[in-house]
Design a protein around this ligand. Structure first.
Ligand code: BES
Ligand code: MN
Ligand code: MN
Length: 458
């Protein structure tokens, strides 16, 4: 079916869509910080309201954790059903002084919209909803059935949606494919279809030493310093080449297949540009793998934060009683997050010197996943993307994690279409996050084409 009618409506309503996206971005729905729980709640109401305006029946599902917003339109009897997933929560904004404008005052800068959540994931997933709303507004019906599930704790590895999908997948979430736009394209004009995401084991460790902070002159040299010990423990996680030293860590890593290495090597990529973009003189990673392989298909271990001791200006000669760190490991099939967390804990305990004690906690985890991205629905989605972006998506593996994807794959057993509208330099999780404004509109247009193309499948 031609989508000309709805695409004309999209062109006409672009300004309104952008204004609504800005309203959405003004809500500081930071899921990981309990101080923002009220804003997260308010954001779930906003999403449910926009779903109703679009013509869906919407409901806010409350349980443990932040609310999930569910919406559906099931008027196309006997036709396929698409389940659109997105998340309305965002990452914290620190370091806030590095933002050119306040993070929750969306600002147009040239061709970009700058705000926390602009691309991850408010802008991308809002495009799905605007497409459905435009089509229902123009035609009063859709060629397929649609369901929306938009969650509020993707960024903090929350478990609410996982429990919900496992419990309610049978009827409520029954569908023929899941559509997710929460990732990046290869470049402007070159869309991608992700078939792999990394998993995650996010750990926190605390090294405990003496029962109080001590004078480092009277006690130094005789009592182990928890921060020195922490430095040693963190250093023991990797060798200088970047190989991870936790015993057993690589045992279940599935090697890259020859065809994948071949395809990955053909993707546009330049190490010098990549290094220049992030402002480093040299790249660093596991020997024997390319940058794309290192980020898409090999596991990692990274320290995210370290605390303890005296941080204020000037010198204080203290031997701190405790210190800690946050460390995460990105995982690839077939590593199991629980097993990796246990290996990490055992390694850290063994590395703790006498006179210290280590406490280890898991803060969040996600399973690595390789999805089935074949079949007529996938072909329709590829064609819909090509209609709008000018070329057929290339299949790629990405290094980020979307925890619910592996649950969808296990429980729903349908193709999962990971079709991102973002760009690699969108600064996700960083100051000055942005979304290309034309990508928001083209995301809406590609969703319109997706609905029409899937509607044409017999
Ligand atoms: N949208 C990202 C994941 C992503 C980014 C996938 C780029 C592909 C390309 C998602 O919101 C995210 O940031 N996930 C977290 C999950 C974690 C907190 C459990 C991540 O990957 O750090
Ligand atoms: Mn995201
Ligand atoms: Mn994110």
């Amino acid at each position: 079916m031609s989508s000309a009618d709805v695409l004309a409506a999209v062109d006409r309503d672009c300004d309104r869509f952008l204004a609504e996206l800005k309203d959405y971005l003004r809500i500081p729905s930071i899921s990981t910080d309990p101080e923002y729980a009220g804003e997260v709640e308010r954001c779930s109401d906003f999403v449910a309201e926009r779903m109703r305006e679009a013509g869906l029946e919407a409901e806010i599902i409350r349980g443990e954790g932040h609310p999930i917003v569910f919406g559906e339109w099931l008027g196309a009897e006997g036709r396929p059903t698409l389940l659109f997933y997105g998340h309305y929560d965002v990452q914290p904004v620190d370091p806030v002084e590095e933002w050119r404008h306040p993070p929750f005052e969306p600002t147009v800068e040239g061709t970009n919209l700058v705000a926390r959540g602009a691309t991850d994931d408010k802008g991308q997933s809002f495009a799905h909803l605007k497409a459905v709303g435009a089509m229902l507004g123009e035609r009063g019906e859709l060629p397929v059935n649609v369901k929306f599930i938009v969650e509020g704790e993707e960024e903090c590895g929350g478990e609410a949606i996982d429990a919900y999908v496992r419990a309610d997948a049978g009827e409520r979430l029954a569908c023929d494919a899941v559509v997710i736009s929460d990732s990046s394209m290869i470049g402007p004009g070159q869309p991608s279809l992700l078939y792999g995401l990394r998993g995650l084991s996010y750990m926190e460790l605390e090294v405990l030493g003496p029962n109080r902070d001590l004078h480092s002159g009277t006690f130094g040299g005789a009592v182990e310093n928890p921060l020195n010990a922490l430095g040693g423990i963190l250093a023991s996680l990797k060798d200088s080449d970047g190989r991870i030293l936790i015993p057993g860590f690589y045992d279940t890593v599935r090697p890259l297949e020859a065809w994948e290495r071949e395809e990955m090597s053909k993707l546009p990529h330049d190490d010098a540009d990549y290094a220049a973009d992030v402002g480093v003189e040299a790249l660093h990673g596991e020997p024997g793998y390319t940058t794309r392989e290192r980020t898409g298909a090999r596991p990692t271990c990274d320290v995210h934060g370290v605390w303890g001791g005296y941080q204020a200006p000037g010198a204080k000669t203290v031997l701190p009683a405790r210190g800690g760190a946050k460390v995460s490991m990105r995982l690839v099939p077939d590593q199991d997050p629980q097993e990796i967390a246990a290996l990490f804990a055992a390694h850290v305990q063994a590395a703790a010197p006498a006179g210290t004690r280590v406490e280890v906690r898991t803060l969040s985890s996600a399973e690595p996943v390789l999805v089935d991205a074949t079949g007529p629905l996938v072909e329709a989605a590829m064609a819909a993307m090509a209609d709008v972006w000018g070329s057929v998506p290339l299949r790629v593996r990405e290094g980020g994690s979307i925890p619910i994807v592996s649950t969808f794959a296990d429980i729903l057993k349908v193709p999962i279409l990971l079709l991102g509208f973002g760009l690699a330099d969108d600064r996700l999780h960083s100051p000055n996050e942005k979304f290309t404004i034309s990508h928001f509109f083209d995301g809406i247009r590609s969703t319109v084409r997706l609905l029409d193309r899937v509607g044409e499948i017999d």
